[in-house]
Design a protein around this ligand. Structure first.
Ligand SMILES: [Zn+2]
Ligand SMILES: [Zn+2]
Length: 333
């Protein structure tokens, strides 16, 4: 098989020939059809997340079909199409796992970080952490649901019930979550890089009632804001944009330092919180909800050997929607 491999941080991925992995007990072997490209992959490759296995096959929005079953696999059958998300394994025994918070597990292992991921032809995954995917989505469209969608959905839930929702950074996650939030009856205020008229048009096309630069105040106070961009100064900006009692959710895994800010922008029971990873419950809820909205996916396909170009386009903000690596033939082997 071929895979795009990270040998060390700060280096481009290299197309490498590897042995097809063998599924262990409880694991499935997947022939990969599509794998989303996520900002977290950039944080791994750029050395901002410091604990990757090396060499590493990145990628944690994997859509594939089961090509072999390990011992004891009963949830799925050969040929089933399934999805593999960021949370690849949790211990099931720690105080977090035992209280519905496996996303915070002491020993959690993550796909495309501590476990080889989906930038390749095949991968293995623990059957317990895989999802059945809604039939309404093609392989290309289903991939972004698996992180942009379901971690975005967790962030939306943490933002509370408020009607006026700000989204900072209008990329893969925001384009999905804007559609869900609108379906829930909320109004969306989209903040992009200052002057990014294309991203602002994209946000309005998905139903945002207002779109502007992150250096602009919204036209009215917000009830909540979700920050998808990895930019610390957006935290005080979002606090200034939300009304008393409002919540600011930081949805990314990494962010540049947050500048100090006066207490009065936090005062009034405003809340700042992060969202970390996902639980299997988030995934099941979101994957059931997406086809009901229905969430439409804007996906930009790349071949596996174009992964570095996809990552560069993501880093440079040149994408509308989500980058997805697709298998050459687009079909199961
Ligand atoms: Zn645990
Ligand atoms: Zn991700």
């Amino acid at each position: 098989m071929q895979a795009m491999v990270l040998e060390a941080p700060h280096r481009p991925l290299r197309l490498t020939a590897m042995a097809v992995p063998t599924p262990g007990p409880g694991q499935v072997l997947l022939r990969i059809a599509a794998c989303g490209v996520c900002r977290t992959d950039l944080h791994v490759i750029d050395g901002e997340l410091t604990q990757p296995k090396l060499p590493l096959v990145p990628g944690h929005e994997i859509v594939g079909r089961i090509a072999a079953l390990g011992q004891g696999v009963t949830r799925f059958r050969l040929g089933d199409r399934i999805g593999v998300p960021w949370l690849g394994w949790s211990c099931g025994a720690c105080r977090f796992c035992q209280s519905g918070r496996e996303n915070l597990c002491d020993q959690a292992r993550f796909t495309g970080y501590q476990i080889d991921g989906g930038y390749g032809d095949y991968t293995v995954a623990d059957q317990r952490f895989c999802f059945t995917l809604p039939d309404a989505y093609s392989d290309l469209e289903a991939a972004p649901l698996l992180c942009a969608g379901l971690i975005g959905y967790r962030a939306l839930r943490m933002a509370g019930e408020g009607e006026r929702l700000g989204l900072y950074g209008f990329g893969a996650a925001a384009h999905i979550i804007a559609q869900v939030a609108r379906w829930q009856g909320r109004r969306i205020f989209a903040f992009t890089s200052p002057g990014d008229a294309e991203a602002q048009d994209f946000a309005r096309s998905l139903g945002a009632v207002w779109a502007g630069g992150s250096d602009q105040p919204p036209p009215e106070p917000l009830d909540a804001a979700i920050i998808f961009a990895p930019v610390g100064p957006l935290v005080p900006a979002a606090l200034r944009a939300v009304e008393r009692g409002g919540t600011v959710v930081c949805a990314g895994i990494h962010m540049s330092p947050i500048p100090s800010f006066p207490y009065d922008i936090l005062w009034g029971e405003r809340v700042v919180r992060s969202v970390a990873n996902l639980t299997r419950r988030d995934g099941e809820e979101f994957l059931a909800l997406a086809p009901k909205v229905p969430v439409r996916i804007a996906a930009v396909p790349y071949r596996l050997d174009q992964a570095n170009a996809a990552l560069d386009d993501l880093r440079a903000g040149r994408l509308q929607g989500a980058a997805v690596l697709v298998a050459d033939d687009g079909k199961p082997a």
